[in-house]
Design a binder for this molecule. Sequence first.
Ligand code: AP5
Length: 219
Amino acid sequence: MNLILLGPPGAGKGTQAQELARRRGLVQLSTGEMLRAAVKAGTEVGREAKAIMETGGLVSDEIVIRIIADRLMQPDVANGFILDGFPRTLAQAVGLDTLLDRLGRKLDCVIELKVDDKVLVDRITGRFSCAKCGAGYHDIYQKPKKEGVCDSCGSTEFSRRADDNPETVRNRLMAYYRETAPLIGYYFAYRKLHGVDGMAPIGEVAAALDKVLNTVAGQ
Ligand code: AP5
């Protein structure tokens, strides 16, 4: 199963992709995570991406398509993948089509997580993650079971993203409406688009996603 999770910043793409990957034996491919790793490692890509990410703009299509192309050629994605945060522009969507054709693979579905703008800033500014394994949490909506201890790996070190502040979130949201929202029409025309209510609690969103994927798998 190869799928895309679409939605604005804070819609829950990463939260759901992480769990879905675990439940279904898929690989989560988050361009945001890959770019943050490149920034941390100080690579050429990271140096180019850093300033853009800090303002909430979009990194160049050429860079992200190259990153995804390299990743899709690795053997661990053979069983299926979840694209989280890619594609984000029409050029990236067309680039992905070309890439999948070349690899003899296809997209099974695209799921749009539908969320009202008013909850996004709240979700993003309350977000933190385990510094060791990357498991995602929220100050109110997704606390670790034991305060200060990661549910997944037991680490006690957490971190917050540099771009998770109200001003950058507004820029990221603008970039979403300008560049990414048109992809909803693109994938609707593709007959691959499904919508899921991303306003529901995390467990209910996960159940709705499973329902969609079961339907797609049975087609
Ligand atoms: P990226 O890392 O992709 O960030 P984003 O798209 O802005 O998405 P987020 O990670 O902020 O949100 P999410 O939907 O994953 O929400 P989450 O599940 O964490 O990109 C960062 C930057 O990198 C971009 O701005 C850009 O510069 C660059 N970039 C990346 N990809 C690119 C590309 N393809 N092209 C160009 N540039 C690119 O949830 C948020 C919080 O809410 C969490 O704390 C979670 O616990 C909580 N939550 C989740 N679901 C629920 C729920 N149902 N109810 C209550 N709380 C919830």
